[in-house]
Ligand binder design. Structure first.
Ligand SMILES: *Cc1c(COP(=O)(O)O)cnc(C)c1O
Length: 424
């Protein structure tokens, strides 16, 4: 193996340091494999129960009436997430689109939307109208309220109780921390929050932004009372194979409304051809539990390496995980750049390009990104990014296979080591 790593230019010292760290991770990795095994059974059962067959992979064109592949896939997702119904389609262009569809389908003028977990993900700010934008919910007369987390990262139950009123129609809960420093919530915590909200107002709709959380745990938000659980297929549940798509799993009533919002009133789920992507969506879901396990191992490996080297890592080396994101505070722009170059050099695609920080709309500082993905922008594939400003935190995620995630992290370390930015 050392010879193989040498071919990538990795120094013996880096390989030895990595192997030492790995030796201490056996128990953690075993637990991750157990979760993957459980979730793999869940997916296979869902496929069997819904009689997935070769006919499901054929695809349709035009209106897509009677698309058995599409309808069966939606039943499979509903079984998997333990919900009455699901909307899973290539016409849902990304996670933000899935979330926007779920929100705008279930909120009417005069209704209030509440986030009891602080600020939502950046792209949701324009959907909601926190940042002014055309066609936002605010423009349609939906009022937004937010209750921030307490300083220790827990729910402000008093604040939430006060914020819920007779106009409150929908509560949105984001599972993953996104680009914030707050903790990611466990499914159990989300369940407690939903129970609390419903104890105050039973008919309020609880939606969970499940991006990056799918298959990390044995249960999903839909198992603990969420009325809609929403995410992207180019993250966890697409298993790296889905080339596009989003999902919304939930109650029959909520999903019906989502389908009318997505296509048109009166048409709903009956239209929407699956073209030729169905095999990838099925096969991606089938692979997703083990792909997520690979990404989790990579995240834990990175946390342990960089914590050992004295950097602040979130989550830390030992705490439980509720999503696949790992952040490492590298403390300088130079280290961020080298880290990303290492990830890029390990990629199967575009390994020869050199990531550079650049200005991106919506960010006040330059952003650096490393990704060499088969699917454009796919963040279940090994990738790293972050705004180049204090505390110089890199957000690292994905890895379709554990050996690739391992190589990426070793290459990142090699780059830092070569430049004298860490000492081993
Ligand atoms: C990625 C992400 C989104 C948006 O998904 P896109 O597919 O990038 O539009 C929303 N919420 C969270 C927490 C995410 O991580």
């Amino acid at each position: 193996m050392n010879d193989m790593y040498k071919k990538f230019g990795i120094a013996d010292k880096v390989t030895e340091f990595s192997e030492e760290i790995l030796a201490g991770l056996e128990e953690r990795f075993k637990k991750i494999d157990e979760t993957a095994e459980y979730n793999q059974m869940k997916v296979i059962r869902a496929m069997q129960d819904n009689r997935v067959s070769a006919a499901c992979f054929a695809g349709t064109t035009g209106y897509g009436y009677n698309d058995i592949g599409r309808d069966t896939l939606e039943s499979v997702y509903a079984s998997c997430f333990n919900t009455e119904a699901a909307l899973v389609r290539p016409q849902i262009t990304c996670g933000t689109h899935a979330l926007a569809t779920a929100l705008s389908a279930n909120l009417l003028p005069g209704d209030e939307l509440l986030s009891p977990v602080g600020k939502p993900y950046d792209t949701l700010e324009e959907v909601i109208g926190i940042r002014k934008s055309d066609c936002s919910l605010a423009e349609y007369g939906v009022v937004y309220r937010q209750v921030d987390l307490l300083p220790d990262g827990t729910f402000d139950y008093d604040g939430i109780r006060k914020a819920i009123n007779d106009k409150t129609k929908l509560v949105t809960i984001q599972r993953s921390k996104g680009y914030q420093m707050r903790p990611t919530f466990s499914v159990k915590q989300i369940g407690e929050l939903i129970a609390f909200v419903k104890s105050i107002k039973p008919d309020v709709i609880c939606m969970v932004d499940n991006c990056y959380g799918e298959f990390v745990d044995k249960i999903e938000p839909s198992d603990v009372g969420a009325d809609m659980t929403v995410g992207s297929l180019i993250k966890n549940p697409g298993g790296g194979l889905a080339p596009i798509g989003g999902y919304i799993c939930g109650s029959r009533r909520c999903i019906e409304r989502c389908s009318y919002r997505l296509s048109a009133p009166g048409l709903g789920r009956e239209v929407g051809a699956s073209l030729s992507v169905m095999t990838s969506l099925y096969q991606g879901l089938f692979l997703a539990p083990t792909v997520v396990a690979s990404a989790l191992k990579g995240a834990i490996f990175a946390a342990n390496i960089y914590q050992k080297l004295g950097f602040n890592v979130v989550p830390d080396a030992v705490e439980p995980r509720h999503d696949i994101i790992q952040s490492v505070e590298l403390g300088s722009a130079e280290r961020m750049i080298e880290f990303c170059r290492g990830i890029q050099k390990a990629a199967p695609v575009d390994s020869y390009v050199t990531p550079e920080p650049y200005a991106m709309p919506g960010y006040s500082s330059d952003v650096i990104m490393a990704a060499g993905a088969f699917v454009q922008g796919s963040s279940i594939e090994l990738s790293a990014d972050g705004p180049v400003r204090a505390p110089y935190a890199i957000y690292f995620q994905g890895g379709l296979t554990w050996p690739h995630a391992k190589l990426g992290i070793m290459m990142s370390l090699e780059m830092l080591y070569e430049k004298g930015l860490v000492s081993l």
